[in-house]
Design a protein around this ligand. Structure first.
Ligand code: MF3
Ligand code: CO
Length: 280
């Protein structure tokens, strides 16, 4: 079988350092939005905060204008999985679960990250699902770091680690048809990163590879539908979804989670590159 040749942009350490700056802008925007999430706040309010933080940092929102997307963030509430457009009419209520996805371009380099945040008091099952998504994302990132360190890692080791972590956490639906991606001078680059599958396939995990890892899971079926707005992806069965994302880079001596304030240190320990310590 002939395979489509992947076009993977490997980055130099200096380029990764620039992506770190973009990643920190995205982190700052998400941190401000996390604080702002509360009953009565609209998703358009969150969007305004994100755009302000990004522009104040001298960066540009990467989502705005992307294939005509009209906003700075995707704000996906409850049964919305990803790519929901913020609106002044969408007001958060106690008990909601919101995924906020945000991207920025600084000096031509992209950062892309998402968080899932409870609105006020939410039922424990939702917190558990959000934690499962987050744990799966970190399991994927750790797998990338280990694969690069061994010299034998391949892309789907990440997919396998994500899926395994989700399955271990509970009976969740793993959304298919959307996934992680290469990132660099464009938001979406090769390779596509599935959130499930067998390990040991695909391109090698090598220094310079920069990926966005983004599991999407549901409390019910993984089946999705796209709304008439041409963007919003929802669960078909109306079950609640969670989605988290980090941008990470593989370097010679470890991984650097570019959109995490600590570079990934708290979750990954020694798997994190020394470049992270040098940057602090
Ligand atoms: N951050 C999303 C992703 O990781 C992209 C958002 S799509 C956009 O794929 F249109 F909103 F930009
Ligand atoms: Co992404």
């Amino acid at each position: 079988m002939r395979r489509h040749q992947l076009d993977i942009q490997l980055k130099t350490p200096a380029q990764v350092a620039k992506m770190r700056e973009a990643g920190l802008v995205v982190h700052a925007a998400l941190a401000r939005m996390r604080e702002a999430v509360a009953p009565g706040v609209s998703t358009a309010d969150l969007d305004a905060i994100a755009e302000q933080v990004i522009r104040d940092a001298g960066a540009v929102p990467s989502f705005k204008g992307y294939h005509g997307y009209p906003a700075t963030i995707c704000s996906s509430v409850n049964e919305q999985i990803v790519h929901a457009i913020p609106s002044p009419a969408q007001v958060l209520r106690e008990g909601d679960l919101i995924s906020i996805d945000c991207g920025a371009i600084l000096d031509g380099w992209h950062g892309d990250s998402a968080i899932t945040v409870p609105v006020g008091d939410v039922r424990p099952g939702l917190l558990k699902m959000a934690a499962a998504a987050e744990d799966a994302m970190w399991a994927g990132i750790a797998a990338a770091a280990r694969g690069a360190a061994s010299g034998r890692g391949r892309l789907t080791d990440i997919s396998y680690a994500v899926e395994s972590a989700v399955r271990k956490a509970g009976r969740y639906g793993i959304v298919d048809g959307y996934g992680g991606h290469g990132i660099g001078t464009e938001m979406h680059q090769d390779p596509h990163v599935l959130n499930h599958g067998r390990p040991g396939r695909g391109p090698r995990l090598v220094p310079g590879l920069c990926l966005a890892i983004e599991p999407m899971i549901t409390e019910g079926s993984p089946r999705t539908a796209e709304l008439a707005d041409g963007w919003t992806v929802v669960t078909r069965d109306g079950s609640i979804a969670a989605h988290v994302e980090h941008t990470m880079a593989l370097l010679e001596d470890g991984v650097w989670v570019l959109t995490a304030i600590d570079g990934g240190r708290a979750r990954l320990g020694d798997l994190v590159t020394s470049a992270e310590a040098a940057s602090l």
